[in-house]
Design a protein around this ligand. Structure first.
Ligand code: FMN
Length: 192
């Protein structure tokens, strides 16, 4: 494999673009299929495919947000109209969101952690796939990934856990570069 300068540049400068700054146009069917293919081409011990994806787009974005607002209100009747509006906007204005569920199965060799990590890989690869097609993306979880009622409403079945909502769209802004991880602190050589 020869050195891919473009890919190195992308991998060393990649940034997310937060949900409020993701606009139309979003990926059409062909682009979405490619993003989903890239997203699911991940390390996956024993080829278990221990994940499931749910696409939220079009009118479903506002409908899901409205249901989140209702659940949030039921949990906390004190919420203000402004706070409820935040819930209604959880999938807007991004044109499209892909929810990633970890779906671990019983396996004699592959422990649950490995399967959850594979689902995390799907989420990051969806970000890479979106970026490769010229879109921007933001991986979020927020409260509804962990709230049983909200995650069930969004499509989680028993034993499944949302690990990501990957919002995808055209970037309205670009974040500045961020400080690099301090490899001197984070990396050491094992010595006997
Ligand atoms: C598992 C996971 C959950 C995350 N959840 C959120 C979230 O709920 N809200 C948020 O603003 N960022 C969240 N992030 C962080 C963003 O995806 C992103 O990494 C961050 O905005 C920094 O941007 P960068 O990707 O350009 O470094 C999450 C990241 C991971 C790995």
């Amino acid at each position: 494999m020869s050195k891919n300068v473009e890919l190195i540049k992308y991998l060393t400068t990649r940034r997310s673009v937060p949900l409020p700054f993701l606009e139309e146009p979003g990926p059409g069917k062909e682009d979405l299929d490619l993003i989903l293919s890239i997203g699911t081409r991940v390390p996956d011990h024993a080829k278990l495919c221990p994940w499931r994806l749910i696409v939220i787009k079009g009118d479903a974005r506002g409908q899901a947000g409205e249901k989140l607002a209702q659940i949030a209100k039921a949990h906390n009747p004190e919420l203000s109209e402004k706070e409820l509006e935040v819930e209604r906007m959880q999938f807007l204005p991004a044109p499209l969101t892909i929810g990633v569920l970890s779906v671990p199965v019983e396996h004699e060799k592959v422990v649950e952690l490995e399967q959850v990590l594979s689902a995390g890989n799907v989420a990051l690869n969806l970000v890479h796939g979106a970026n490769a097609l010229g879109f921007a993306a933001h991986w979020v979880t927020r409260w509804f990934a962990y709230d049983p009622e909200a995650s069930t409403m969004l499509g989680a079945k028993g034993g499944e856990q949302f690990v990501a909502f990957v919002h995808i769209g055209t970037p309205k802004m670009r974040l500045e570069d961020k400080p690099k991880a301090d490899l001197n602190k984070l990396v050491s050589n094992w010595e006997a």
